[in-house]
Design a protein. Structure first.
Length: 299
């Protein structure tokens, strides 16, 4: 455990108010999970629907520690080289040509020294000098392939990686590792065993109002409540993509920019693209009725 982290977070009770001061509201379960991830330390897997604040949790932890947030965005086909390191081939070729111009011999090992190594997110996090640990965000791990999950096991278990041409690199200051998943597929047990786990659910209406008013300063409580209630109604429908916190903030920010004092059916219809990003979802809502959306009974 990093002494720096221990000084920053002596007790679990200190984490919630610290995150609150940074504008990130977390319930007791998430606060405890983040505290354990920081103090044990152990990687934390955050799952939940898109837009519930998983990535924002990593940003808040980075701000709290005053350390860099190093983000690896996962996608299908991502391989270890793109996540870990690459060799600087142009610089290697230049080194070879300079050696030839000087009639010097250059050994193969000389071409794979640290000066030719390009650090990608995982290696950058492992070699961060500290004193505060870097925050490594492995975002949307469920989008990556099985082989990439297998590569991560050494990183998660040992805070180290092995580069065939270079050897094993161990972190002097192990990073705080947060993984996020939208659960588009199941992750392997081997990866889950190495992580703490927390599911982030949609916040209730009261907490959602508090969150969005912080993210869109100057918004009236009346408008924030109306938007939060409408979003709750939308989630009750069979949508292709139910709106999360991010979409709620977008909608409220749009209304704030337009100078709208209250949400009515006309305003909702003209700004529906801020909260629903599929044509089919918008058509479903319009068929149901915009009056229902802004003033109908709560589901």
């Amino acid at each position: 455990m990093s002494e720096y982290v221990e000084r920053c977070l002596p007790r679990v009770e200190s984490l919630g108010p610290a995150l609150d001061a940074l504008g990130y509201l977390a319930d007791d379960g998430l606060v405890t999970a983040l505290f354990l991830a920081l103090r044990l330390p152990q990687p934390l897997l955050l799952e939940g629907e898109a837009g519930v604040g998983k990535t924002e949790a990593a940003k808040a932890v980075s701000a709290l520690l005053g350390s860099p947030l190093i983000r690896l965005q996962c996608y299908e086909g991502l391989d270890a080289a793109e996540a870990l390191y690459e060799w600087n081939h142009p610089r290697q070729l230049l080194g070879i040509r300079l050696a030839e111009a000087r009639n010097e011999e250059i050994a193969e090992a000389d071409l794979f020294g640290e000066q030719y190594l390009l650090r990608r997110p995982v290696l950058a996090a492992l070699t961060h000098p500290g004193p505060a640990p870097a925050v490594l965000l492995i975002d949307e791990i469920d989008r990556a392939d099985d082989d990439f999950e297998a590569f991560l096991l050494e990183v998660l278990a040992e805070a180290s990686v092995t580069i065939p041409e270079f050897g094993t690199i161990r972190a002097a200051v192990p990073p705080v590792v947060l993984l996020t998943s939208n659960r588009t597929r199941d992750l392997h047990d081997a990866l889950k065993r190495r992580c703490l786990y927390h599911w982030i659910d949609y916040p209730d209406t009261g907490r959602l109002v508090e969150i969005v008013r912080r993210r869109v300063p100057g918004t009236s409580r009346e408008l924030a409540v109306a938007v939060a209630a409408s979003v709750r109604r939308l989630r009750a429908l069979d949508l292709q993509k139910a709106p999360g916190i991010a979409e709620t903030i977008d909608w409220l920010a749009a209304l704030r920019l337009l100078g709208v004092p209250r949400l009515d059916s006309r305003v909702a219809g003209s700004t529906l693209g801020s909260v629903l990003k599929y044509r089919e979802d918008q058509e479903l809502v319009r068929e149901r009725g915009l009056t229902w959306l802004v003033a109908g009974p709560q589901p």
